[in-house]
Structure formats: C-alpha cells, structure tokens
Design a protein around this ligand. Structure first.
Ligand code: EPU
Length: 417
C-alpha cells in the first residue's frame, strides 16, 4: 500500500508549479464523450483518479493517447453505455459520466456508487434532476437504469448546490433540446472550468460561477483543445505546508482568488501571504496563532477539501480553534491519527475543538482518505522525529509527485513501497 517516511522540522523553501486540477479534469474527461470526436486536454495531472477515469472511458470504447501531461481522447467509437462495476467502485465520482452518457446515448446502466471514505454520499440530487429533464430513472438491486428518449430543457432548482449534480446537469443538458436553467447551482471554479470546456466544444452555457446557470441545448459538438487550470486544493495544501514548517515558498501558476478563504485564514494565523501576477508567496516566519473558527462551506466559503490540512496546522498553533464540518458527515478520520502524534483534539459530531500544543511528535499513522492523508504528511513535516504515513495510495488519488515536490522545497520525505 506504500508508506511515506518523513523527518520533520525542516522549514520549506523554494518555488513550485502547481499541478492541474483533479476536480476540473474529471468532469471534463466525462464531457469528452459528448463530441464523438477528438478532445486534446493539456495540463492533466498524473493521478490515480485520472487513471481510473481513463480506464472507464476506454472500457466504453474511447481511445486515449497520453503524451506527458496531455491526453488525446477520441470518443467516436463508443460501443456501450454500461460502465464496469469494479471501476465505478474504484472512483465514486464516476457518477459524473451518467449525464454525458445519457445525453449522448439515450440510456445508461450504472452500479450505485454507494458511500466512500468520507461518508455516505447520496446521488438523489443527480437522479432527481435527470427525472426533471425527462429521463426515466429506475433504481433496482444496486443498479441505476436511465432512459432518455425525450429529454427537454427545463428549470431545475437544486435543494443544495452540489458540485457533482450541477456538473451532471450541465453535461446532460448540453445536447438536450431547449433551455435548461439550474438555480442554486454550485459556484466552484471547477464548474466554470467545465463551462469553458463545453463552450469551446460548441455548447451554449452561461452563468457558471454564479448560482444560476443557463444551458441552451445544441445538436452537435466539435473537436476541442483545452488546458486545465491549476488545482486550488493542491495550492492550499502546499501553502499550509509552508506555514506549518515555518517556511517561505512561492507557488507558481495559480489563482489567489480561488483560495482566498484559505489565504485569509493563513493571514489570521500570522502568515504573510500575497500574490504577484500568477504567483502566491507564503511566508510563515512567526509562531502560528489559532484561528478561532473554521466552518466548511460551499465555494466561496472555506473548502471541506482543506479542512484536514488546516487542522494539522492548528494542532501546533497558539490557542484554541473550532472546526465545523458542514459538507461531509465523516471527514474527521484524520483526527485519531493526529492525536497519535500528540495533538489535542476533541470531536463532538460535526465540531472539532483543537487546542494547540507546542509541537507534534513523529509516529506511525495511517491515511484514511485523500485530504486526511495529506494532512498527516503536513503534520509529519512539522513533527519532531520520524513519522511514517501508511496507506498513501489515498494521497496518490489527488497529489501528483507529492514527495518529489516536497523534496524540491527541502523536505525530508521518501516513499517506500
Ligand atoms: N449530496 C447529496 N445528494 C446528492 C449530491 C450531494 O446529499 O445528490 C451531498 C453530499 O453527500 C455531500 C454534499 O452534498 O454531503 C456535497 O456534495 P457535492 O455533490 O457538492 O460533492 P461532490 O461532487 O460529490 C466534489 C469534489 C469533492 C469535494 C466536494 C465539495 C469532485 C470529483 N469531488 O464532490 O472533492 O469535497 O465536491 O466541494 O469534484 C476531494 O477532492 O478530496 C473531494 C472529496
């Protein structure tokens, strides 16, 4: 399963280019089904989730060429609308293919993705929206069957601004006759990125980034070439790595506005953070102060995907911080592992109270999910002595060359298989 061996206590220093965004590339790869032609996608991060998505696309008949960080997807010979169950289980976000398959192939069979490492993850909003677009959706014996001979543009009011549901509706509605309006849509930058990709392919979508998205269905789409934006969560993770080690780093190719909620917490914690063009400078020379409250919220609020990393930082801050996780029900699995390293954290339901300690101590800990695993690496970088993080395949789902990038900033971290 792989382990990281980390010797803590070295302040990170240097410059790093931030990888392409995982949560942008996954729906964009799903969108490549729509044009029945060629999509050239640059700046694709080399990640486990991306590899799984490639396997899924190949399993339905797409041919894919990889040239370094560029993928060339040809979707002209798709021969099935059924995705192998083991691949759906490997990646919960494969549900994002349902909208695209439905739009293009009028029916789909999908095994129910079920829960995952961060909790029960229902897809009711996705399925309700497909029904509102006119699809017949049946759930039986762990499978979802969808038929869509008569999809029609409509008004969809989401009960919650779900990222995946917003993306799935955009994909399904792109080739659906009429105008679809999504209200209470998710506003994440990845939604805007999907709009940009789809529009480059010939779709007519506007409003992404606001809470109302308007999609005018078109009949046919063209070939497309596109470059994926940088990953805001990876940028945020490295920013916290600089903060927790008392270092100073420069992140290249990233947009400060995408992580403004994280930056404002780092500034509250005493770091000096500013941007110059597409670079962000993080300087953490002083003792970190506790940030009183951190509440995860849909964008532009504080991202749930940064909760664990920020908690690692707060374990060594001066004072007490209170975290409230509002997005996922089971996203505190890293807490027991941080406690093994000497952290003082108490959980009550969705609230975690973190009392800062002077320092953490190296220990053997286990990654239980992607961001929680990254948080343990950050804790290890600041801890006294050696930390061994087990099950790092979780971390490989979202961070490209994680240890090499940290090494380039001076960290002592090695991987052992
Ligand atoms: N929800 C429902 N019903 C639905 C859909 C969602 O109740 O039909 C609930 C979920 O259970 C959850 C909340 O709504 O409690 C938010 O879910 P959302 O649909 O917004 O998230 P997602 O699309 O499943 C994406 C990212 C996650 C990120 C969340 C929130 C991708 C592939 N995944 O998930 O990323 O945490 O948005 O920002 O885009 C990660 O990268 O580590 C990760 C988990």
């Amino acid at each position: 399963m792989g382990q990281f061996y980390i010797k803590g206590g070295i302040p990170l220093e240097g410059e790093l280019r931030v990888q392409g965004a995982k949560n942008a590339v996954l729906p964009i790869l799903a969108a490549t089904i729509l044009n029945q032609g060629e999509s050239v996608i640059h700046n694709v991060p080399d990640l486990k989730d991306v590899k799984t998505m490639i396997k899924i696309l190949e399993s339905i008949g797409c041919s894919i060429k990889k040239e370094e960080n560029t993928l060339i997807v040809n979707s002209s010979a798709i021969h099935t609308n059924e995705i192998p169950e083991y691949l759906v289980r490997e990646m919960r976000s494969s549900i994002i293919l349902l909208g695209a398959i439905l739009a293009k192939h009028k029916q789909a069979k999908f095994s129910y993705p079920g829960g995952c490492d961060i909790g029960h993850r229902p897809i009711d909003l996705h399925l309700k929206s497909f029904r509102e677009l006119g699809a017949e959706v049946m759930e039986s014996h762990g499978y979802i069957y969808c038929k869509s001979n008569n999809l029609k543009g409509t008004h969809i009011q989401l009960d919650y601004p779900s990222v995946g549901a917003t993306e799935n509706i955009m994909l399904a509605a792109s080739l659906t006759e009429g105008i679809t309006i999504i209200r209470n849509a998710a506003k994440e930058p990845e939604i805007q990125e999907l709009q940009n990709f789809l529009n480059k392919m010939g779709c007519k979508i506007k409003g992404a980034g606001s809470n109302t998205i308007i999609i005018e269905g078109v009949k046919k789409l063209n070939n497309v070439e596109f470059t994926i934006m940088s990953d805001r969560i990876v940028a945020g993770t490295f920013a916290v790595a600089a903060a927790i080690t008392g270092g100073q780093i420069v992140l290249k190719d990233c947009y400060i506005e995408h992580i403004s909620s994280v930056i404002s917490k780092l500034i509250e914690a005493g770091c000096n953070v500013y941007s110059i063009e597409d670079k962000i400078v993080i300087n953490s020379s002083k003792k970190i102060k506790a940030v009183e409250t951190i509440r995860t919220l849909p964008y532009p609020g504080f991202p749930t995907d940064m909760q664990a990393q920020m908690m690692a930082l707060m374990t060594v801050a001066k004072g007490t911080s209170i975290f409230t996780e509002t997005i996922f029900e089971n996203r505190y699995k890293h807490v027991s592992q941080l406690i093994r390293m000497g952290a003082n954290i108490n959980i009550d339901g969705r609230i975690a109270v973190v009392k800062g300690v002077n320092k953490l101590f190296g220990a053997k800990v286990t990654a239980t999910d992607l961001r929680g695993g990254a948080a343990l690496v950050l804790a290890g970088l600041s801890a006294e002595g050696e930390t061994i993080v087990d099950n790092i395949y979780h971390v490989d789902r979202g961070y490209e060359n994680f240890e090499e990038n940290l090494q380039s900033l001076g960290a002592s971290i090695i991987r052992k298989e």
